[in-house]
Design a protein around this ligand. Structure first.
Ligand SMILES: [Zn+2]
Ligand SMILES: [Zn+2]
Length: 363
């Protein structure tokens, strides 16, 4: 009989070990010598051909995202090595495979984290495509955008409006759709108090979207030096979490209908929950290592909600791009040519990019 305590911990370790073994066996079969965490290699390949229901893109720009480390560092066992990373892709349809309808050669399109759905699983059948149990992610399940060309399923495509450059569109296809979609689905209405916790890669877009959507926008960050940036991005109110009791300040303003948590600290998210209004929602899009802690009292008194939000499907990406073109929301980016992908990745991993590195693929 299994008892609580040590035997359960041992079981977890065994599972991890067996996963690692199967990962290595699978890699050795597919790609002898391939090792997770190995350096990037610039290689020449044959131009891929799109299969049924797929298009080939001439890639113009691809964002370098922290989630690319899943492929680079081998964080999950199912990555088919060797793999081309990249899931923030902007380009032009270069060839369309059999059965592709509505996407013609020359159309400007993007592909984000949502890289295709199965259409058969229960979430898909209920119309919840981003939660597809067989969700395909470019750069993790199939070759992504750190390349001059790639093949993607047509259902993963989002139309890029003329007003948006490839580098701006690329970045909006990950952090953009995540924050835009989270805010529009949060239940907050124009004029409501909406707070964005954190002004980094996600938050600097969240503040812009919130202001352009007509919310009374509060930006929350650490220190006084972020205030000028927050106000430039459209924040009406700035709260310095180093010197102010954020929850108390939000309550003085009537309480937040939505707090969009973009930071990577569970502790910081926990501390703002009492600043939610009655029926207010903490919408979590940042991923932290430490847990979010909530007192049942804070949750019950005011009927508050804490909810996670996963980016969006390709039509949500398309809506994000259209809204950004319409309203002037733009990401802050640094660009580097594809050949310097390794440098761009290292800079991103050191958290030195402001706010995103985007690779460009020549003319
Ligand atoms: Zn991303
Ligand atoms: Zn599915």
């Amino acid at each position: 009989m299994i008892q609580t305590g040590a035997p359960i911990v041992a079981l977890v370790v065994l599972v991890e070990k067996s996963l690692q073994r199967s990962w290595q066996d699978a890699q050795d079969a597919r790609c002898p010598g391939c090792k997770k965490g190995a350096p990037f290699e610039l290689v020449e390949r044959e131009l891929p051909s799109p299969g049924r229901g797929e298009v080939r893109l001439k890639v113009q720009a691809c964002g370098v995202c922290h989630s690319d480390s899943i492929a680079k560092e081998g964080l999950i066992p199912s990555v088919p090595y060797p793999i081309v990373p990249g899931h923030e892709i902007a380009g032009v349809v270069d060839a369309a495979g059999e059965g592709v309808i509505g996407w013609s050669v020359g159309t400007r399109v993007g592909v984000g984290w949502f890289g295709g759905h199965c259409g058969r699983c229960e979430p898909c059948r209920r119309g919840d495509l981003v939660d597809c149990r067989n969700l395909r992610i470019p750069g993790i399940n199939y070759d992504g955008g750190y390349a001059e060309a790639m093949v993607a399923p047509a259902d993963a495509l989002a139309l890029i409006p003329d007003e948006l450059s490839p580098v701006d569109a690329a970045r909006l296809l990950c952090a953009g759709v995540t924050t835009y979609n989270a805010l529009r689905e949060s239940g907050a209405r124009p004029g409501d108090l909406v707070a964005i916790l954190g002004i980094g890669g996600l938050g600097h877009l969240g503040v812009q979207f919130a202001a352009k959507m007509g919310f009374r926008t509060v930006a929350i960050a650490r220190g006084v030096d972020k205030e000028a940036l927050a106000r430039k991005l459209g924040a009406h109110i700035y709260l310095n979490s180093q010197t102010q009791d954020v929850a108390a300040e939000l309550n003085k303003l009537g309480g937040a209908k939505t707090i969009l948590a973009t930071v990577t600290s569970g502790k910081a998210m926990s501390s703002v929950i009492p600043g939610l209004a009655v029926r207010g929602r903490l919408v979590v899009v940042g991923v932290g290592a430490d847990p979010i802690q909530i007192s049942a009292f804070d949750l019950i008194m005011g009927s508050r909600t804490v909810v996670g939000h996963a980016s969006g499907a390709s039509i949500d990406s398309q809506d994000t791009l259209a809204f950004s073109a319409l309203s002037g929301v733009r990401p802050t980016i640094e660009t580097m040519p594809l050949e310097r992908a390794s440098e761009a990745y290292d800079k991103m991993m050191r958290n030195e990019a402001r706010f995103r590195m985007v690779l460009t693929m020549g003319a």
